[in-house]
Design a protein around this ligand. Structure first.
Ligand SMILES: [Zn+2]
Length: 288
């Protein structure tokens, strides 16, 4: 009788383990790639996730909020975020990253040589060094690959950013393009119009259906000329409710509307989740 009880409890254990393992395997083979514009208030945080592979671009300003958001989209058994990209060292982009590095294993951090005197930046650099996270300089021609063939290419800055402490940090924001089959997402950080012009005068393909509007919809970015070249059909604005900067600026909204671009905002809709399906080669915004 006792042996029988042990036998059945072992059997039950094996069965439960098999279920857990198959869920993990099924999930890691998940072909759907998700681009999630996390609602982190006034700031940017974009999670690109496919199976067990994750890339986080910026982390908003609040670590606790960011961890909560990540927990919603990264399965509990996956304690690793493969790559983190810091577009530039402003508080509303890197503030949440210290806690991410304390919580998740991270393979590499991609950042420019842009420095900041802020405590947050110093803390972030300290933990990157302490955890022996590989540092990769973010500049043109650096790219990351996903197992379904999608690529994330850095288009800007064109070259090393040198000796720039104290300058306008937005000017050297990392601009990246995610290519999933025929779908393209242009991720702009806080890049201002002066740099958009630099991109337009160069031989850079900025075309994309999905545009993460630069600098939370500031009027000093997203020019008509830039929109003419990118030709997006959808614009995503990562912005905080009632923020003190007046973002997004009505002029920027007007430029987007004049170009017949659908506007989605995190302050109005919360997290914006795009799902890219290999079968249909389409990326669609998940119903809110
Ligand atoms: Zn910003």
């Amino acid at each position: 009788m006792r042996n029988r009880k042990i036998f059945f409890s072992i059997l039950g254990g094996i069965f439960a383990l098999a279920i857990i393992l198959s869920v993990i395997i099924l999930h890691s083979r998940d072909e759907v790639l998700r681009v999630i514009f996390l609602d982190v208030g006034q700031g940017d945080a974009i999670l690109i996730s496919q199976g067990s592979q994750q890339v986080l671009i910026d982390g908003g300003k609040d670590g606790k909020l960011l961890l909560e958001k990540l927990g919603k989209y990264i399965p509990f058994w996956d304690r690793k975020i493969e790559n983190i990209i810091e577009t530039h060292p402003d508080q509303d982009h890197i503030g949440g990253l210290v806690e991410v590095l304390q919580t998740y294993e991270v393979e590499s951090v991609l950042e420019t040589k842009m420095q900041s005197d802020s405590q947050t930046f110093k803390k972030l650099e300290e933990i990157i060094a302490k955890n022996k996270v590989e540092k990769v300089e973010a500049k043109k021609d650096v790219s990351l690959k996903f197992s379904n063939g999608a690529t994330l290419q850095i288009l800007y800055p064109f070259d090393s950013v040198m000796d720039v402490n104290g300058k306008d940090t937005n000017m050297y924001s990392v601009l990246a393009k995610l290519i999933v089959g025929e779908n393209k997402f242009l991720l702009t950080g806080d890049l201002p119009t002066t740099q958009e012009n630099e991109l337009l005068s160069g031989d850079i393909d900025v075309s994309a259906q999905f545009l993460k509007v630069a600098h939370h919809g500031s009027k000093y970015a997203t020019s008509n000329e830039f929109l003419d070249k990118v030709k997006p059909t959808e614009a995503i604005i990562s912005v905080g409710k009632n923020n003190s900067y007046g973002h997004p600026n009505p002029e920027t909204l007007q430029r987007l509307t004049a170009h017949r671009i659908n506007i989605h905002r995190t302050d109005e809709s919360g997290d914006l989740v795009y799902e890219c399906f290999q079968l249909t080669n389409k990326c669609v915004l998940k119903a809110l």
